[in-house]
Design a protein around this ligand. Structure first.
Ligand code: GRF
Length: 234
């Protein structure tokens, strides 16, 4: 699943084509329409779909009644812990409810699309949405077998969040890197599968850091997916 340019997706498609990855990309899903990653997938003959989060959020705002009727029946039960933690951060209660509800509607649509394919592994390649425990459990099926992988642009556990290379650069680090990990319920906290590091030289710009990092991501992600295919991650 992607949200943007899809250069990691491209590396995975290429890895499947040249034999570095013994697997097939069966679909590419995006939370945003018209992104370059979708074109890359189509060009490779891969099924694509969009679950347009922005549009869904807008629709939910316009017709709150419709939201309630679209929620999973166990919604209150599965969001109780998340709600407590968001409330303890002093968020506005009605905004918390709206956030949780609109995201549940979007995820329900995502699950309908994904489950149709019967996949072994769900690969997040620049997918910029957080996934709920409900969604994660539905994909994993067996809680002891993690099946959602992510690539993060920093050496976790340093610099979780949405701007890993930016945070690494602004902190003044002399080493940056990328991490492939399984998803768990936390933010970029799941078990680490692989990491690559690079030197940040005096005079490097943020752009240099991103270029160095991405070049390593394109090697690391296919290698980690192949480890999964080889059953080495149990
Ligand atoms: C990558 O830097 C990845 O680490 C992060 O989002 C970016 C996606 O880039 N999660 P791309 O869409 O694969 O080009």
């Amino acid at each position: 699943m992607i949200s943007g340019g899809g250069t990691n997706l491209q590396a995975i498609i290429d890895g499947c084509a040249d034999g570095r990855i013994d697997a097939t990309v069966v679909f590419t899903g995006s939370d945003t329409p018209d992104v370059k990653g979708l074109d890359r997938a189509k060009k490779a003959g891969i099924d694509t779909f969009v679950v347009d989060y922005r549009k869904i959020i807008k629709k939910c705002r316009e017709s709150p009644e419709e939201i309630k009727s679209s929620l999973p029946s166990d919604f209150d039960l599965v969001t109780v812990r998340e709600k407590q933690s968001l409330m303890s951060d002093d968020h506005n209660p009605s905004q918390v409810d709206f956030f949780l509800q609109s995201r549940a509607v979007a995820e329900k649509m995502l699950l309908e699309k994904i489950e149709h394919y019967g996949i072994d592994l769900l690969v997040l390649a620049g997918f910029m949405r957080t996934l709920t425990p409900y969604f994660i459990d539905r994909i994993n099926v067996d809680p002891n077998n993690k099946r959602i992988m992510n690539i993060h642009p920093a050496l976790l556990p340093a610099f979780p969040g949405t701007d890993g290379y930016g945070d690494t650069f602004r902190y003044g680090c002399k080493v940056g890197g990328c991490t492939v990990h399984f998803i768990d319920y936390g933010e970029d906290t799941g078990p680490i599968i692989g990491q690559r590091a690079f030197q940040i030289e005096d005079g490097d710009t943020l752009d240099d850091v991103k270029k160095k990092g991405l070049a390593l991501e394109w090697e690391l992600y296919p290698a980690c997916i192949q480890k999964f295919a080889d059953n080495l991650l149990v």
